[in-house]
Design a protein around this ligand. Sequence first.
Ligand code: KET
Length: 457
Amino acid sequence: MASALASVALSTTFARAVPLPENSMRIGAEKKHDNPLFKGKAFRRVSMAVSVNVSRFEGVTMAPPDPILGVSEAFRADTNDLKLNLGVGAYRTEELQPYVLNVVKKAEKLMLERGENKEYLPIEGLAAFNKVTAELLFGADNSVIQEGRVATIQGLSGTGSLRLAAAFIHRYFPDAKALISSPTWGNHKNIFNDARVPWSEYRYYDPRTVGLDFDGMVADIKAAPDGSFVLLHGCAHNPTGIDPTPEQWEKIADVIQEKNHIPFFDVAYQGFASGSLDADAYSVRLFVRRGFELLVAQSYSKNLGLYAERIGAINVVCSSSDAGTRVKSQLKRLARPMYSNPPVHGARIVANVVGDPNLFNEWKQEMELMAGRIKNVRQRLYENLSEKDKSGKDWSFVLKQIGMFSYTGLHKAQSDHMTDKWHIYMTKDGRISLAGLSLSKCEYLADAIIDSFHNVD
Ligand code: KET
């Protein structure tokens, strides 16, 4: 006992420098813990740690790297000159440098000149932002706006807005389920999991046709319990780059209506799919026209390049302005204990750009340039693949997909090969971000894809 006590005393002073003898670890373990939470093995180890000055967080296991943002971390660690980051959906110039839009710089200059303060925003965010963001999405002359039926609150970009909406679903529709496409943006599952909203998948991508499994999609939406929240990608579906046609959107609306489901749109790429803000809002506006109550999460990460500003919104279209007011009050109530109120800088940038006719027009031109650059590399990649691959494989799916990504069909081992041999970083589901590709790198990428596709099982 004396020696055991001595080692405890020693451990408090020299815990880091002097490793403890094995048996000294047992002292804390022998003491039963009263807290019923401390049941598992990991927690017993935590209680031991108290007496021997090992970390109290000993029971915390290592989290796996994020499937998308973790790719950027691995890319940064690679010292090879050939390396190419096609993981995260972030726009790069032809020189593969990050791009700050000119309209953003102009808006920021205006903000400096005006000497804006840094006071807290209200919980719902900047009023001028909330007004223009809803107008951009639904169209300023849309009756839902005129009639005050949209509850809009500024969110922490697309992710934060989705998360807030998920918390709202959990609180007000505790028995409802979310339906998400298979596949979908990886974080959707995390968001619903953390908000404790049960979810299941509906069929979306058909590997045989490298297109939309429309019948499967409709059948699964039909089979779901009435009143489910159906998560839909407003445009430029991530990761597949495959969107329903206008006729298919009508039919999707039919089945959602029939089942009394609630559409929940994720709009992270407005303007980036086609280059036109209005064309990319087609699906949302169609559902609004058809009289649905619905939710829409918006992001300005991609279309205004405001990734790090965390600026977006959640909009809930209600059947009356009265319901809208109440929904908004509850969204604010959810936001307050989560993050209190949102950051102001990105909101002011958006309000200045979208709210000023000159900057707004300039933005549209810049966005067309960005979307155009992606279309050019898409075309070049397709040509390189078709010319270089002598197997006769049809690569035309690359051209049919839209938005920032191409879903190559490469499986995990092939994607690993792309990284290990070619230093091309991409997500393990075979998605590549064409926004991170330049014309001059297309040939290298085509070589890597052909090699991985034909030589890795
Ligand atoms: N929805 C979709 C469909 C989406 O692809 C993203 C981001 C977001 C929402 C959220 O973006 P935010 O920056 O929170 O507004 N996707 C890219 C980045 C990421 O994974 O966070 C991506 O897929 O690479």
